[in-house]
Design a protein around this ligand. Structure first.
Ligand code: FES
Length: 158
């Protein structure tokens, strides 16, 4: 019961601290994932209520963008876009380099390093290709020579 109350409080704090001009459903969900590590069921219903949309719409949004997680998982997650624009600008090499340096295959988790590597087919910002999402933060035009720095910042020298 106490943890449910804490969660409700946390969601209210996130809503209250979103700047007025950034009070959009997707930004709220991003903040929830950044702060809680995933998007819990309570956040879906609170979002539907607050933004006056149906719970099905919120669920549809969260499941459409694979950068969102509905269950707790590894603390860190790298998602590399594999859509056409990203593919032709080096996504396969980028994915291979992340996989090599993180020591985890695409689609897998490494509980020891607390990191997961994911792939997705288009994140909706193709002009920035190739795109990578690192712990919820979108990074555009990422080339393989930037991967070591990103990995080091993410998990240190684990
Ligand atoms: S193809 Fe990668 S963002 Fe669209």
């Amino acid at each position: 019961m106490k943890s449910t109350n804490n969660l409700v409080e946390k969601l209210e704090t996130i809503l209250a601290t979103l700047p007025e001009e950034r009070r959009h459903l997707i930004l709220f969900l991003h903040r929830v994932q950044q702060e809680i590590g995933y998007v819990p069921e309570e956040a879906l219903s609170r979002a539907a209520d607050y933004f006056s949309v149906s719970p099905a719409e919120v669920y549809g949004l969260v499941t459409f963008y694979s950068a969102f997680r509905l269950k707790p998982g590894c603390r860190h997650q790298v998602t590399v876009c594999q859509g056409t624009a990203c593919h032709v600008r080096g996504a396969p090499e980028l994915t291979a380099e992340f996989s090599r340096l993180l020591g985890v295959r695409p689609g897998q988790d490494d509980p020891e390093r607390d990191v997961a590597l994911r792939t997705v087919n288009c994140l909706g910002c193709c002009a920035l290709a190739p795109v990578v999402v690192v712990d919820g933060e979108y990074q555009g035009q990422v080339q393989t020579d930037r991967v070591p720095e990103i990995v080091k910042k993410l998990i240190g020298n684990k």
